[in-house]
Design a binder for this molecule. Structure first.
Ligand code: TEU
Length: 538
């Protein structure tokens, strides 16, 4: 039986199955490879593992284009292998979240094959079909994130269909009740198979404006795209009609109801919206809504300054106070944060400690615990269509998707026995491999373990409120408090030493294993470069 609120404050480890561990020598990772590495994942002390899509797929978007939601792609194994993932994970006390991509399917999905075959078949209304304008151009100005219009002319049906992502990823029509019912059935299928919940892909894209109104342009100064690169014209529109529609709430409520008897948890991805935290608030507030949402505020942009982190956390308090955010610094879509923020070891450690002290749940992306930088790939190596489209201004998502490095002494760093792997193993990553890191007491992985354990040892960090957010020079501080304890957390986010006032009252330093500073006799906190100070009220 699952504890009802296990997901609050949980640490979730994201596995990108193509690149975790290859068990059959074809150069691509698979489910049995994950089974083999679950003891390692458990050793990090995380609560759950989120596995990116492993469903049957033509792999145009590497599994985010599903052609059968109820089967495993042969490249990744079989349903029996998936059962082994669940069983092994559970035996180590790990929850399993799978990645449901419900907003769109592959164009090879039988639903789409049928839907495009005529205008009056039983699934004719399952996708978003529309007439051309009289001059033959698309029905409106909506754009695909991956480049070009969001509309593709279909020669079979002689109509346009909508796709937010690739042309091979047609959007399902959530205005059609049968579509919603079919998707809820799929969720139930996996819950029955034993999953502990879902990472829900692109939940704010589910529904579109039924009147197909044009998106208004966005003023240049308002272009604060959170994930799409600036070179992408997608960032020039205000996406009020093609996504983040109020109707999404209705479907999310139904999904929650399906999950409820299983005590399962969902983390929904709210992608690329100017007001993403507000949407997170709408989607996660109340017991009938989904549990948490993944926000992009720490997943993009340059090194977060203390002011930026304070502003984001204050915005959460303002617009999503009764909701629940799931934070991440890295994932399979963005540049690895060590490179994006140009962090050294000390900086990486500081941001890890900070993450474990933030209010919310948290996702760690495979290899982040090793401090892997973004891999540098040649154009010839690229696999991601998004990168190929916008190269060289935007290099795409392959640099964060190269294979995991297990042991530099082994072929392909221990990832695979194949002659060639789907993306090359980064040579720069080899010295940081798991085996090498385990033997190096100064390696980042040990800090991840300590910081995760620290969070688990403090109920205030998992579920407590956050308050008194403040910035002094290069230092950010706040308190976390529940009915058991109150913690003061301060972080010097810079490579220069800094001094701040210690909080008033009887406090003692905790977290010496995280290099937490102690107050000096003068009542001040002298923080070394990147040093935190965490204190507990007596
Ligand atoms: O990503 C959604 C999303 O917001 C992306 O557009 C994101 O902006 C882009 O990948 C930024 O680099 C999800 C998945 O995480 C991604 O891998 C898929 O390609 C996408 O949905 C379509 O399913």
């Amino acid at each position: 039986v699952r504890e009802k609120n296990w997901w609050r404050g949980a640490v979730i480890y994201q596995v990108y199955p193509r690149s975790y561990q290859d068990s059959n020598g074809d150069g691509v990772g698979d489910l049995l490879g994950i089974v083999h590495r679950l003891p390692y994942i458990a050793s990090l002390g995380v609560d759950a593992v989120w596995i990116s899509p492993f469903f049957a797929s033509p792999m145009k978007d590497f599994g985010y284009d599903v052609s059968d939601y109820r089967d495993v792609d042969p490249m990744f194994g079989s349903l029996a292998d998936f059962d082994a993932v669940i069983e092994t994970a559970h035996s180590y006390g790990l929850k399993v979240l799978i990645d449901l991509v419900l907003s769109h399917t592959s164009d090879q999905h039988p639903w789409f094959v049928e839907s495009r075959s005529s205008r009056d078949n039983p699934r004719a209304n399952w996708y978003v079909w529309a007439e051309a304008k009289p001059d033959g151009t698309p029905p409106n100005n909506w754009l695909s994130i991956f480049g070009g219009p969001a509309w593709q002319w279909d020669t079979e049906r002689q109509q346009y269909y909508m796709h937010n992502f690739l042309t091979s990823q047609p959007d399902l029509n959530f205005h059609e009740p049968q579509v919603q019912a079919a998707l809820l059935d799929i969720a139930e299928f996996w819950l029955e198979r034993g999953v502990d919940g879902f990472r829900l892909d692109t939940i704010n894209y589910y529904t579109h404006d039924a009147l197909l109104r044009d998106n208004p342009p966005l003023a240049p100064e308002a272009r604060r795209a959170k994930t799409a690169p600036a070179v992408n014209p997608y960032t020039w529109q205000d996406h009020v009609y093609d996504k983040s529609r109020p109707e999404n709430l209705v479907f999310l409520r139904k999904l929650r109801a399906v999950m409820e008897p299983y005590n399962a948890a969902a983390v929904g991805e709210v992608g690329d919206d100017q007001r993403d935290l507000e949407i997170v608030g709408e989607y996660t507030s109340g017991d009938d809504m989904i549990h948490m949402c993944y926000a992009f505020d720490l997943l993009s942009g340059s090194t977060p300054s203390p002011d930026y982190v304070r502003d984001v956390m204050e915005e959460v308090v303002r617009v999503a106070a009764s909701g629940w955010v799931c934070w991440a610094y890295s994932n399979h879509d963005v540049m690895r944060h060590i490179s994006r923020w140009a962090l050294g070891q000390a900086g990486a450690r500081a941001f890890t400690t900070l993450m474990m002290c933030l209010r919310g749940s948290t996702c760690i992306y495979q290899g982040e615990e090793l401090g892997l930088p973004e891999a540098d790939l040649a154009f010839e190596d690229l696999q991601d269509p998004y990168g190929i489209q916008f190269w060289p201004e935007f290099k795409g998502r392959d640099g964060c998707r190269t294979p995991m490095v297990w042991d530099r002494e082994h072929h392909h760093g221990g990832f695979s026995d194949a002659g060639r792997t789907w993306l090359p193993v980064s040579q720069e990553h080899l010295p940081l491999s798991v085996a090498q890191s385990e033997q190096d007491p100064g390696a980042l992985i040990h800090h991840y373990r300590r910081a995760i354990a620290f969070r688990h040892a403090h109920s205030a960090l998992k579920t407590g409120e956050i308050s008194r957010l403040s910035v002094a020079g290069t230092c950010l501080s706040f308190t976390r408090k529940d009915d058991r304890e109150e913690l003061f957390c301060a972080f010097n986010l810079s490579d220069e030493p800094a001094t701040i006032a210690a909080p008033e009252g009887p406090w003692h330093t905790v977290g010496s294993e995280l290099n937490s500073a102690s107050p000096m006799a003068d009542g001040k906190l002298h923080l070394g470069p990147w040093q935190p100070c965490i204190m507990q009220r007596e």
